[in-house]
Design a protein around this ligand. Structure first.
Ligand code: NAD
Length: 253
């Protein structure tokens, strides 16, 4: 059975991934703010390093997979937390664990979002891709939650596409799932937000499949991509959103 590391495992999508992997007999090393094998605040450099060191200690023989699932939604304040956790922590941890993945030809599944396709490739995205964390946080500080969130996922998707070929040459598959609206504590907070709630409710009502998703429906696809059944997938971003992206961008794929 495999050895996997997962961030953001306490609730929502991460909790569902943890359950499915463990139900399939795998060892899952979990990282979260206040519970799990390693408690670490991934918004800060020290927390990311603590998480990397902790995973190394618990997986001395390497990793079959890594899922950087920890993330914050557009209702979170300060907005700088969004790029810190959604982009910089996911990238730093993937890079920091690469050698553990190389040895076992491991697989990374990132959690992007269908919202990534709703914003352009702007200065904020470029700052993230240029690894300018302070500048990206400063840039987004006085903007809006949707731009902060969707931009962080746009940058993460670009990072994946730029890096997946080189990782693949080394035998490590990196792919992403791009969920639509999934019923988790994150989306509950957005629905309850006075500025974002109404738009989110309307958006949820327009999902072509007729309802918003459940965390297990994302975990199903993540576990498939991690498995040998997806052994030729590399650099893919899979929309799991009830048809929303196809509805909004029919001619782009
Ligand atoms: P969630 O709030 O249920 O889970 C997020 C997890 O991340 C929690 O366990 C939380 O404790 C952890 N976390 C947050 N900040 C952290 C930090 N600083 N350090 C360590 N851990 C931290 O939300 P979710 O909806 O399950 O989100 C999981 C992922 O899915 C996120 O990356 C999110 O952006 C993405 N996503 C969610 C949706 C949705 O509609 N729910 C849609 C698209 C993408």
């Amino acid at each position: 059975m495999g050895v996997f590391a997962l961030t953001g495992s306490a609730t929502g999508i991460g909790a569902a991934i943890k359950t499915q992997l463990r139900d399939n007999g795998h060892q899952v090393i979990v990282v979260d703010l206040a519970e799990g094998d390693i408690c670490a605040d991934l918004s800060a450099l020290a927390g990311r390093q603590k998480a990397i060191d902790g995973i190394r200690a618990l997986a001395p023989d390497g990793l079959d997979g890594f899922i950087p699932c920890a993330g914050l939604g557009p209702s979170v304040r300060p907005l700088s937390l969004i790029p810190q956790v959604n982009y910089f922590a996911a990238v730093a941890m993937t890079e920091g664990l690469l050698d553990l993945l190389l040895g076992r030809k491991g697989s990374v599944v990132m959690i992007a979002s269908n919202s990534a396709a709703m914003v352009g490739h702007d200065e904020y995205v470029e700052l993230m891709l240029n690894d300018q964390e302070l500048e990206a946080c400063g840039y987004i500080g006085d903007k809006d939650g949707h731009s902060a969130y969707a931009g962080s996922k746009h940058a993460l998707s670009c990072w994946l596409r730029r890096n997946a070929p080189e990782y693949a040459r080394q035998g490590v598959r990196i792919n992403a799932v791009a969920p639509g609206i999934i019923n988790t504590p994150l989306s509950d907070k957005v629905l309850a937000d006075k500025d974002l709630g109404a738009v989110m409710k309307d958006f949820g009502d327009s999902v072509p499949l007729g309802k918003t998703g459940e965390p297990e429906q994302i975990a199903d696809v993540v576990c498939f991509i991690l498995s040998r059944k997806a052994s030729f997938m590399a650099g893919s971003i899979v929309f799991v959103d009830g048809g929303h992206d196809a509805m909004l961008r029919p001619d782009q794929f």
